[in-house]
Design a protein around this ligand. Structure first.
Ligand code: URP
Ligand code: ZN
Ligand code: ZN
Length: 458
């Protein structure tokens, strides 16, 4: 059924207008003042609400075999949680283990998502080793529309790759016009520092941050940027967490390295004191790079406002308290990750736009448009334009609530932002013209989500 969203204030990365939006099939077909209502059209009154383009989370883990366990969400729970939080597209990290076949891994991830996601999705292809077989497979994966890679400089002995593989991956990425996303921490330093702390009897979650200090991340950023410089490839640093790493990235950009920076909502909102909470409560806040000293948040928010940090993702990686307990006597065994797919947009809106200094257009850019542009989805996604997919968020800025594990859809038994106030929420969310969320409830088609083939070479 055609849909008309009437009387809303349409806000994109560069425009603010009072307008009606007409949707036929999956697409926005008309935008204008006081559009007529053809018979058989469903009308949504968006008076007093914002209408944003569907938000894009460029960094999530749904299927994630990691540190001896599996992240808790399925594509069903993760995608519905995403939609309730206004995210209509996510890009999932496809992370086969180094000993696994890349193409088989990729197909496995795709099979898990297909028919099970309520929102649209794409993948960053994890490269955990690089040999002749891998190269041919990566070409096939890119030809299938997955036009971005993911490398881990961290996690020695698991996802982490060596410099030869990094160089070859970036060389191929350059040839194919593919952007490479990277987790940038020096793996060897982390491994050595973890071993030293454990040998001193420092086993609790409060030692996670000291095992990978800020300079370890700054070194990783510098290393990745040097390889980008050598190969001419385009890079994207995921979950940048601290000022020294930011400085290293900005210095690289200054000298011409083609680099974009992502921050994630846990680093913007939480600090290392959360991981220092007693009685193993801190384990809920163990993620990598770790939550940092609070002073870093000022630098991150300022860089986000300026646009030096391009995007805000989540790094959604939900492990429940029983899984976290695997590291009760050894912090290096606590599965890393903080769940956030449901809360990113509301937190960024509340503490950026409503109570902070973040311009509302920069908010839309960082949470949607910029990711669409960087990852080959624009203007199909990331904007409100005639011809774009009708992924829309009717957002109620008058809503007041608190985040809680008791009310969340994410399949995990805690919320790292428990009790945190929010100043708005998505009221209605559409995915390609179909209403998936109404009055803050999931009401839609559990299998609406589609795999997005993306353009490369841009
Ligand atoms: O702690 C994190 N970040 N867990 C997920 C894996 C990763 O590094 O992105
Ligand atoms: Zn990471
Ligand atoms: Zn991640």
């Amino acid at each position: 059924m055609p849909l008309l969203i009437k009387n809303g204030e349409v806000i994109t990365a560069d425009r603010r207008t009072q307008a009606d939006i007409y949707i036929e099939d999956e697409t926005i077909t008309e935008i204008g003042e006081t559009l007529s209502v053809p018979e058989g059209t469903e009308v949504i009154d968006a008076s007093g609400k914002y209408v944003f383009p569907g938000f894009i989370d460029p960094h999530v883990h749904i299927y994630l075999p990691f540190m001896g366990s599996y992240a808790k969400d399925t594509h069903e729970t993760g995608s519905q949680a995403a939609l309730l939080g206004g995210t209509t597209t996510f890009i999932e990290m496809c992370c086969p283990a180094a000993h696994e076949d890349a193409l088989e891994g990729y197909q496995h991830w795709k099979t898990l998502a297909e028919g099970n996601a309520a929102c649209d999705y794409a993948f960053h292809m994890g490269v955990t080793r690089f040999d002749d077989a891998t190269e041919a497979q990566l070409r096939e994966i890119v030809a299938d529309g997955t036009g971005s890679f993911k490398v881990f400089l961290a996690y020695k002995g698991a996802f982490g790759i060596d410099d030869e593989a990094l160089f070859k991956t970036l060389t191929l990425a350059k040839e194919l016009g593919v952007i490479t996303t990277a987790h940038t921490e020096n793996a060897e330093l982390v491994a050595q520092m973890q071993a030293k702390l454990l040998s001193e009897g420092k086993t609790g979650p409060e030692w996670h941050e000291p095992s990978r200090p800020e300079y370890v991340e700054a070194d990783g950023v510098h290393h990745f940027a040097t390889f980008l410089e050598a190969t001419g490839a385009k890079g994207y640093i995921v979950h940048l967490s601290c000022e020294p790493a930011l400085d290293a990235a900005l210095e690289a950009k200054q000298r011409g390295v083609d680099l974009a920076i992502e921050s994630v909502i846990p680093h913007l909102m939480l600090d290392k004191t959360y991981a220092e909470r007693p009685d193993f409560e801190g384990a809920k806040y163990v993620m990598s790079p770790p939550l940092r000293d609070k002073r870093n948040q000022t630098a991150l928010w300022e860089a986000l406002s300026r646009g030096d940090i391009s995007t805000v993702g989540t790094d959604h990686a939900p492990f429940d308290t029983a899984q976290k307990s695997m590291g009760r006597t050894d912090f290096t065994r606590i599965p890393n990750g903080v769940p956030a797919i449901e809360d990113r947009v509301n937190l960024l809106y509340t503490y950026g736009v409503s109570r902070g200094q973040l311009d509302i257009h920069r908010f839309v850019d960082a949470a949607s448009t910029r990711a669409a542009k960087l990852f080959g989805l624009y203007p199909r996604k990331g904007t409100v334009d005639v011809g774009s997919d009708a992924d829309l968020v009717v957002y109620d800025p008058e809503y007041r609530g608190q985040l809680s594990a008791k009310t969340q859809t994410m399949n995990v038994d805690y919320n790292g932002f428990e009790g945190v106030e929010i100043d708005g929420r998505p009221e209605v969310v559409t995915v390609r013209g179909v209403i998936q969320v109404r009055a803050g409830q999931f009401v839609g088609d559990k299998a609406r989500g589609r795999f997005l083939r993306r353009e490369t070479g841009g």
